[in-house]
Design a protein around this ligand. Structure first.
Ligand code: ZN
Length: 80
């Protein structure tokens, strides 16, 4: 097991040079995958946190509660 530090990237740990070659081939030949599908957007109310601050029942400050707009998921799926 060893770590490879490519320029402009984070260190990546590989178990073998064959695994590194396969990963390198995949990076150079395949288009990059999107981090999220185009139909997904962060919730505008909680900004993707899934929680919002709400007044505590005892009146002593704020507590995090699940966002009611996205049901605590943090993302919204559109039907485009
Ligand atoms: Zn939300």
């Amino acid at each position: 097991m060893f770590a490879v530090c490519e320029p402009d990237s984070i260190p990546v740990v590989y178990d073998s040079w064959g695994e590194w070659r396969e990963d390198r081939r995949r990076i150079l030949t395949e288009p990059p995958l999107p981090t999220a599908p185009a139909t997904v957007a962060f919730c505008a109310l909680c900004w993707g946190q899934g929680r919002i601050w709400s007044a505590a029942r005892n009146g002593e400050g704020l507590i995090p509660v699940a966002c009611g707009h996205c049901q605590g998921k943090g993302v919204m799926h559109s039907a485009c």
